[in-house]
Design a protein around this ligand. Structure first.
Ligand SMILES: [Zn+2]
Length: 367
């Protein structure tokens, strides 16, 4: 073999090996969705019939909800509760956090409530020393959204929507420049669609049962309209009804909100698959900021450092780089891996000052 051929083949081999280690993802856009305080117990097991029957939920006929969500097996119940998650994500993507089956996902912060959880998801690292309350303080830690918004390819193409009024602080919209529509913030003009104008009118005339935290229907449709109009490459949507209804002890409302939030996500995905910028080039990640306690001792309502199990969460992924391996039955993931997974899917190395958890390799098709 001539030396030049040898060098060529060696270079080719190295190149192929490098490509095998870090193939360029097909993902060009990422949509990250969170359901606040949504328990893995309901995600993987469906509605708890015993809790359901105690519920005083005022909104709908309890027996009708029981018929809808009270099927005989966990497989049927979870599918009834979250049809998009179990009909589409589980078949075409990946789901982690079914603890009885052997798949574990945990938070690494010791607080086990919302701001520390969103800080961990969005920055990739717990910060118990500084992020230990839900107070509306501007986050000293830059998030992966802020980092991406600084990259030339993503500048002005990152946006966030949330029901909780703390999101502008968590994402530090002042410093990051990432537009955050959350709480009772209206969609700012100019150029609003008729639907955005209607959402602004409706929100002004719809007092939220949760004070400054708006109902998720507004967050869902503001986000969907923005997606269609502005075509961001990175979109974060933070839903909140599940946590608020659980704290209120309204189990029926909690599972009902899980059900309609699943349908919001279905609508988002349906739009993404209908648009040429997004179709086949967009990864959807879904997770939660914290777990909750067990049903047996009525601690399902709450969460926090003193509630056993509130560190237990779940994680789902669906997209062109993610093999359809479905429900995981082994392994341990952590909340601090989400931020690096978002960046890695977009082909951008993420190395923040406070070291982030590693990307979830399986989401990227790595063994
Ligand atoms: Zn909460």
């Amino acid at each position: 073999m001539r030396l030049t051929s040898f060098l060529f083949l060696t270079a080719l081999g190295l190149g192929l090996r490098a490509a095998a280690q870090a193939p360029k993802p097909r993902t060009e856009n990422v949509v990250l969705v969170t359901l606040d305080g949504m328990r893995w117990q309901e995600v993987f097991g469906g509605a708890d019939s015993a809790l359901f029957r105690q519920s005083k939920y005022y909104y709908a006929d309890r027996q009708a909800l029981d018929r809808a969500f009270g099927q005989a097996t966990p497989e049927l119940r979870r599918r009834a509760l979250m049809p998009f998650l179990w009909g589409t994500v589980a078949r075409q993507g990946q789901l982690y956090g079914n603890r009885p089956a052997g798949s574990l996902v945990n938070v690494t912060n010791t607080m086990r409530f919302s701001y520390p959880g969103y800080n961990e998801i969005l920055t990739g690292a717990a910060d118990d020393a500084r992020i230990h309350s839900n107070d509306t303080i501007f986050n000293p830690n830059p998030t992966v959204l802020e980092f991406l918004n600084q990259q030339p390819a993503f500048r002005g193409k990152v946006a966030a929507f949330g029901s909780w009024e703390a999101f502008p602080y968590i994402l530090n919209d002042k410093r990051s420049g990432v537009p955050v529509n959350a709480g009772m913030r209206r969609a700012p003009g100019p150029g609003l669609t008729p639907r955005e104008q209607l959402l602004n009118e409706l929100m002004a005339a719809t007092p939220s049962p949760f004070g400054e935290e708006r109902l998720d229907a507004f967050t869902a449709h503001y986000a969907l309209e923005y997606l269609k109009r502005k075509k961001p490459r990175v979109l974060y949507v933070g839903f909140g009804d599940t946590d608020d209804f659980a704290h209120a002890g309204e189990y029926g409302a909690y599972v009902h909100s899980a059900h309609y939030t699943d349908d919001f996500i279905r609508q988002l995905w349906a739009y993404l698959q209908s648009d040429p910028q997004y179709r086949g080039k967009t990864t959807l990640l879904i997770t939660t900021d914290h777990g909750r306690g067990a049903a047996a001792n009525a601690q399902w309502r709450g969460h926090g450092a003193d509630v056993p199990g509130a560190d237990q969460i779940w994680f789902a992924a669906l997209g062109p780089d993610t093999p359809a391996t479905g429900e995981a039955r082994a392994g341990q993931l952590y909340q601090n891996q989400v931020a690096a997974t978002v960046a890695r899917l977009l082909g951008v190395p993420y190395a923040p000052a406070r070291p982030a958890g590693a990307p979830v390799g399986a989401v990227l098709g790595q063994k």
